[in-house]
Design a protein around this ligand. Structure first.
Ligand code: HEC
Length: 133
């Protein structure tokens, strides 16, 4: 009887732990843009997306795929996999994309492009991502 009680206690405890972990769905929530980048707006004109297509093809497509769906050959083995960019872009504004491309994403294969790409090239990539479906 004592053993059974103990077993039930373990079950109850693991239910608590499991539901607490379920709460970590917050990890997939979209974080706030840091102050340094918040509100940044694309300073480039309407043709930026055309240049951005080139920037994307050269630097991003290998992982994110030609349409940004996260299906590039170099991304196949990554964990987490490269983001589906049109899906993300529908949920965030330009300052978010600009921030992430500049600083990368800790714990993933997404590196910081600041210093590799010029500021204009990063905004061009943002403009191109906006054209993806
Ligand atoms: C080596 C593979 C790789 C390359 C190259 C790469 N990315 Fe990524 N990217 C990733 C991975 C992995 C993530 C993280 C996905 C996640 O967190 O779920 C990511 C995430 C992102 C995100 C979203 C970050 C977020 O908030 O979740 C954006 C935007 C992005 N990449 C844009 C770009 C752009 C633009 C380029 C080219 C300048 C680029 N990436 C190049 C692998 C790559």
């Amino acid at each position: 009887m004592k053993k059974m009680f103990f077993g039930l206690l373990v079950l109850a405890l693991s239910a608590v732990v499991l539901s607490a972990c379920g709460g970590s769905a917050a990890a997939t929530e979209i974080p706030a843009v840091p102050a340094e980048y918040a509100g940044a707006a694309n300073p480039l004109g309407a043709d930026a997306a055309t240049a951005g297509a080139e920037v994307f093809k050269t630097n991003c497509e290998s992982c994110h795929g030609p349409q940004g769906h996260g299906d590039g050959p170099a991304g196949a083995a990554l964990d987490p996999a490269p983001k589906n960019l049109p899906e993300l872009a529908a949920q965030v504004s330009d300052d978010y994309l600009y921030w992430r491309i500049n600083t990368g994403k800790e714990g993933t294969a997404m590196v910081a492009w600041k210093g590799i790409l010029t500021d204009d090239q990063i905004w061009q990539a943002v403009a191109f991502i906006r054209t993806l479906k």
